[in-house]
Ligand binder design. Sequence first.
Ligand SMILES: Cc1cc2nc3c(=O)[nH]c(=O)nc-3n(C[C@H](O)[C@H](O)[C@H](O)COP(=O)(O)OP(=O)(O)OC[C@H]3O[C@@H](n4cnc5c(N)ncnc54)[C@H](O)[C@@H]3O)c2cc1C
Length: 265
Amino acid sequence: MYPFDYQRPTTLSEALEILRTDVEPRLLAGGQTLLPAMKHRLTAHSTLIDLQAITALCGITVQDTTITIAAMTRHAEVAASADILARIPALSALAGGIADPLVRNMGTLGGSVANNDPAADYPAAVLALGATIHTDRRQIAADAFFTGMFSTALQRDEILTAISFRRPDAAGYFKVPNPASGYVTCGAFVARFGAITRVAINGAGPCVFRDSAAEATLSADFTPDIARTLRFDPEELNEDLHAAKTYRAQILPHVIRRAVIRALA
Ligand SMILES: Cc1cc2nc3c(=O)[nH]c(=O)nc-3n(C[C@H](O)[C@H](O)[C@H](O)COP(=O)(O)OP(=O)(O)OC[C@H]3O[C@@H](n4cnc5c(N)ncnc54)[C@H](O)[C@@H]3O)c2cc1C
């Protein structure tokens, strides 16, 4: 690990001030991605700005039809929240299925979504549920937030503060995990709002994406069996040491089918 300074601000404005003025600063949330990268000397920073003491970045708030989860909320807290379980059980299940207890007790919603790993779980929920991403200065619609592999609409000096999720009529998430890490090889989050179904696919492409054909098909007929008829072009999917693109194309209809079964359960 290269040497760095460490700051632990207690307010958002203090964190923003360091972020704006330091040479090569980086926000530290749960450290589950950032610290391994630094240990491997893949990245170096002048100052780590630890967000853990900023109380404004913690907590789960329930409004009428939305749930707002602050950025520093841990995966384990989301999984254990009775409020979330009662309103968006698919989100609880997703959080409870991330990696292992160690990662879930440290990893945060904000860190996961800001990092936008193509194999991460949360981006699929954020996109399928049409969530709103709040930052220190604006609100960003999920459809405009994920811009590419490990890249988002966040500016270099911008802090993700919370995410608001609309309550769907039904939602389900299913992933084929990498057996070693738990990261997604191929996953789908489906969310039904009235007669409209949104489908977000993760792990299969360079960035989480919505599939318009799957959405049209499931909007017309929200049943598991119709998902079997979906087809995916392997040339648009990822190929890596975990899975061939043809494999991903082949299993995606079944992954979506299982997500629909969960949504209807
Ligand atoms: C062994 C292992 C297995 C894992 N398996 C899975 C898995 O199965 N599924 C899954 O989804 N994830 C998995 N993860 C990732 C984990 O869930 C974390 O969510 C992820 O590492 C990022 O969250 P973090 O809070 O640790 O962020 P950090 O590592 O602290 O930060 C990640 C990045 O986000 C930036 N950032 C953090 N917070 C903010 C903010 N509020 N505003 C702006 N930028 C911010 C940081 O500067 C950094 O660039 C795994 C991690 C490990 C170590």
